[in-house]
Design a protein around this ligand. Structure first.
Ligand SMILES: [Zn+2]
Length: 250
């Protein structure tokens, strides 16, 4: 009996120390190292052979979608991230997944910077955070599909799951449209997934690209969560994406 109690105590103390360290890990100040590849972490290493060689008109309309913006129900809400799921920290927002929180922040920055750099770029946010029918005309996929059908470049941004649950950064090209020079340019920055990744996901089947920025863990998540490095990190990511667009169309 006594042994059982002391074991339980040991376990509690262990978890308290673990919790304290994880809190410290996420809140202490540290120097921001502006190293893009180090920050986004590993890229997908699944073999992918596609090459984007189709020329792109420099005025191509670009649409940036935030992954999971219309699916905050039980399934498909996006990754809670390592900080919440593994270290027990509070979510960034009580009603949405941490992934969506960052997807929305990054979406806004990409469009703002892209406009400044002369891109024909815009965003779409369904506003309604849970639309059950993926073919409802207000979903990301429906709006993206119509946009792509009219010749635009629609891309949905995501952060991948942490640890063994995720794969890493990379671009999933559209399922049946041939990949173009923007796809190639983004893949050179972020890596690439095969066209038929997981049998062809809902977005690529609607000719919407998926960009996995990186796993929501480690240095990337830490840099996003820390107030002193948050904006710098979002700017760094937005800048790399906008630069990849510019490199692909010029
Ligand atoms: Zn996602």
């Amino acid at each position: 009996m006594g042994n059982k109690v002391s074991n339980t105590l040991k376990l509690i103390v262990f978890f308290l120390i673990f919790y304290a360290f994880s809190q410290l890990y996420y809140t202490r100040n540290f120097n921001f190292i502006e190293d893009f590849e180090l920050i986004i972490g590993e890229a997908s290493n699944i073999p992918a052979t596609w090459v984007g060689s189709k020329d792109v008109d420099k005025n191509i309309p670009i649409l940036i979608l935030a992954g999971h913006a219309d699916s905050q129900g039980l399934a498909g809400a996006g990754t809670p991230g390592e900080a919440v799921d593994r270290f027990g920290l509070n979510p960034m927002h009580p009603e949405i997944s941490d992934e969506l929180f960052w997807n929305l922040k990054l979406q806004e920055s990409i469009v703002k910077l892209g406009k400044k750099k002369g891109l024909n770029i815009r965003s779409y946010d369904p506003g309604i955070r849970n639309i059950d029918d993926p073919n409802d005309p207000r979903t990301n996929w429906s709006v993206g599909r119509r946009f792509a059908k009219r010749g635009g470049y629609a891309i949905e941004i995501h952060f991948d799951a942490y640890g063994k649950y995720g794969i890493g950064s990379g671009l999933i090209p559209p399922f049946s449209d041939p990949p173009n020079k923007i796809d190639e340019s983004i893949a050179r920055t972020f890596g690439r997934f095969p066209v038929s990744f997981r049998g062809g996901l809902g977005a690529p089947r609607r000719q919407i690209r998926i960009l996995e920025i990186g796993k929501l863990e480690g240095l990337l998540e830490k840099n996003l969560r820390n107030l002193k490095t948050r904006q710098k990190t979002i700017n760094l990511l937005a800048n790399e994406i906008v630069q990849a667009f510019l490199n692909g169309i010029i």
